[in-house]
Design a protein around this ligand. Structure first.
Ligand code: NAP
Ligand code: GDD
Length: 324
């Protein structure tokens, strides 16, 4: 039986990846921070909260990571833990850097010292491109130009991951994932904020959604599809970096329209309040990934399309609110 350590197991991607690997008969260890009341709701949503062995640790605490790697010596580590909200990274830039940059260095050092056969996956991000593109698209060759403290912290993590591969021969991969969403997406992210807001308005539980830049465009996929790509990246003969995306882009405005239309509301703009507090000091205007390498080498392609994703999220929020 293969063993895996997933950091960030209580977030969005962690539960989808844990479910995927449990179905492949992995023994799954989940790293969680110390909490008085940890929140297992995303794992519960997927019905797997009692199938994971939890280990306490923190990405900012090197000794906890060393002890964990030394004790379980997992076959694979998927580092999904992060301060992942771009908007907060301007106000919490030190914390963001400590978790997203130094945390990765600590994990890699622990692997090098105590379990060099462990394979390592780093959750890299399309944010690292900023507004850089080649003919309007981003692929593995597109130059990086990070535009937030979050993106900068992730760029360090990207390069230190490559550097451990080049320096010590550690099996280290970067998945450069474009935005991916799901019914268990955090509510501060724009997609879930919209689907939760639309469900509330439809059920008469709310009347407005306050948003920032409606013109931003993102390449939105489904998290359930993207964790399969993470797994495939780690099963290759040699470690490599891959773009994971849908190749389609839509604006925040498009997302609003699709979600409202799905519940039968056509005059949706009257429910939107533009609020400058949700604008970013430096914005990424458009992301559109070209994941040809993933298709050709991994045989991976996204299955869930934009409209289906929006409807899945709205349905989940309607059901959740009705059940309450
Ligand atoms: P998420 O929902 O925000 O989950 C992040 C997880 O990291 C949370 O469970 C959080 O734990 C944990 N964490 C934060 N700080 C930690 C620390 N100091 N020590 C240990 N754990 C810590 O993020 P996600 O959407 O699942 O994304 C997973 C990863 O992919 C992240 O690294 C993100 O930056 C990256 N990524 C995401 C996307 C996307 O569109 N979703 C795209 C590209 C890359 P708590 O539950 O205790 O807060
Ligand atoms: N969150 C949020 N809230 N975003 C808003 C709002 C709002 O009220 N109004 C407009 N937006 C715009 C943001 O300015 C941004 O351009 C876009 O919606 C998407 O914002 P988020 O959903 O917060 O995601 P993100 O693209 O900044 O970051 C996500 O994707 C990255 C990959 O590209 C996160 O998951 C990151 O962790 C991930 O690396």
């Amino acid at each position: 039986m293969k063993t895996v350590l997933i950091t960030g197991v209580l977030g969005q991607d962690g539960p989808y990846l844990a479910k995927f690997l449990l179905e492949k008969d992995y023994k799954v260890y989940g790293l969680i921070r110390r909490y008085t009341n940890p929140n297992f709701s995303n794992l519960d949503y997927l019905g797997i909260a009692d199938k994971i062995e939890y280990i306490q640790g923190d990405l900012t605490d090197e000794s906890s990571l060393m002890n964990i790697i030394k004790t379980i010596r997992p076959d694979e580590v998927y580092n999904l833990a992060a301060q992942s909200f771009v908007g907060s990274s301007w106000n919490q830039s030190k914390l963001t850097t400590e978790i997203n940059s130094l945390g990765v260095l600590y994990l890699l050092n622990a692997i090098k010292l105590f379990s060099p056969i462990t394979k390592f996956y780093q959750a890299s991000t399309s944010e690292m491109f900023g507004n850089s593109s080649i003919d309007g698209l981003q692929n593995e060759e597109t130059p990086f130009h990070p535009r937030s403290p979050y993106a900068i912290s992730k760029l360090y993590a990207y390069w230190i991951t490559n550097n451990f591969k080049e320096s010590y021969g550690t099996f280290c991969c970067n998945g450069i994932l474009f935005n991916h969403e799901s019914p268990i997406r955090g509510k501060e992210f724009v997609t879930r904020k919209i689907t939760d807001g639309v469900a509330r308005i439809k059920l008469g539980l709310g009347d407005k959604i306050r948003l920032g830049n409606l013109d931003s465009q993102r390449d939105w996929g489904f998290a359930g599809d993207y964790v399969e790509a993470m797994y495939l990246i780690m099963q290759q003969e040699s470690p490599d970096n891959f773009i994971i995306s849908t190749g389609e882009t839509h604006s925040v405005r498009d997302f609003c329209e699709a979600a409202f239309n799905y519940v039968g509301i056509k005059d949706w703009e009257k429910y939107i309040v533009l609020d400058p507090q949700f604008k970013r000091p430096a914005e990424l205007f458009a992301l559109k990934g070209k994941s040809d390498k993933a298709k050709n080498v991994l045989g991976w392609e996204p299955k869930v399309k934009f409209k289906e994703l929006v409807e899945m999220m709205v349905d989940a929020d309607l059901a959740r609110l009705k059940n309450k």
